[in-house]
Write a protein that binds this ligand. Sequence first.
Ligand code: NAD
Length: 469
Amino acid sequence: MKTLQNLVGGIWEDSRGDAFHDVVNPATEEVVARCPSGSPEDVRLAVDAAVRAQPAWAALTVAERVERLSRWADTIAAHADELAELECREMGKPVALGRAFIGGAAMGFKAAVAEALEYAFEETVDGTGTTIVRTPLGVAAVIVPWNFPVPMTLGALGPLLAAGNTVVLKPSERSPMSAVRLLELMDLPPGVVNLVLGDSRAGAPLVADERVGLVHFTGSVESGRKVGERTGALLRRSILELGGKDPVVVDAGVDPVATAAAVAFGAFANSGQICTSMERVYVHHDVAEPFIEALVEAAGTYALGDGHDARTVLGPLVDRRQRDIVVRHVADAVSRGATVRAGGVVPEGKGFFYPATVLTGVDESMLVMTEETFGPIAPVAVVSSFEEGLERASASRFGLAATVYTADPAHMAAARRIPAGVVWVNQWQGGGPERLYEPAGDSGMGATGSRAAYDAATRPTSIHTAPAA
Ligand code: NAD
């Protein structure tokens, strides 16, 4: 059984810690790798390497960094199949879905990196004698979850590296294999990106290292809060991209069948393990009946199976712990009066599978309408007006993203009242690389995307020069 290694200053090394865990294929329950669980010494060595590499990396021209990073993006795109296969083995995502997301993420990385060529790292304010210089923060920590291992990593890394920072990357302990391969494919100077494997035993000391100038953390609210407490105490910058309970409002006057197909995809894709999965559905009573009927029918088409099988639409959940959460949320809803219209039963046999599930008769007394479920569940509440849907959609402690389907221009305009980092109208997951966002409420903090990512990756200094006497 392969024991995975850290990448420190360009050299693959064994962990200095003595704790290890198994990485388990969630479709078969077979152990596929042995992974170090992390240690403070591993983190210290990786940050040392990143500190050493940073001045030379920052001394390259922006164009040189962009060129090297773009080449890496091309290599990643050429290996999308292999990386998707690793993601499938470590966390269950169907290979076809993984391949599409990795290909898209490689192109997104390239576009984000190219923005460095337009970014004002130095600007002179006309007629004032003032120059503003933006310098990299030094070493950045990138901590990512398991649900989109390669895309989440690429999304965070691009602007940080293009701006001249070096990085210590800590992938999820549940999906380390694709991260190892991603860095094997990298052709950057030693120490520019370092890899520390492990769980919070690697993550916590990384966040606590005073030499880390920025922590870009993507993960749960619970862990994000701990990260924010630590970076706050150290007076270091953090970007926290956390969990959600995203609503979707379906207005009267939409095509109920087409909208149900879109909502099925939003709720069930990647087995509901997307931070912006649709987790609460508010449908206008005028279209509720045909919409629910079509949603139930759509759920039946989401074929469960091993993600290596081309017929599979829904892979397993990442592990038993995640499936237990889903089972608990559905049981809680049923005990409070919800009706299971599709799915809702754990299949027999190996693997942490759970079927596409539609619940009706739900309300906000239920966990499935208030806490992040992260499973293929569409809980549907019928509302008597668009206004009621908008109000209930907005009444959440989370604020990651929201979606509204409506044909009414006034309602399209009203969609922006939902407090969230992203609001989609009549689409889901749309938006180009120029998008800027900051999660609302408990879903995180720190604006990112496009130029905000470069603002976050650098620190401005204003230099005011008067003429010599
Ligand atoms: P998690 O919080 O358990 O782990 C995320 C990462 O943080 C892992 O690498 C983990 O090892 C590390 N970690 C855990 N405790 C830590 C600590 N104390 N200090 C430092 N690092 C620590 O989350 P998860 O279960 O891996 O991922 C699922 C969560 O991620 C969901 O809540 C989902 O909504 C969220 N997510 C958010 C986004 C977004 O962009 N907002 C994207 C994807 C996933």
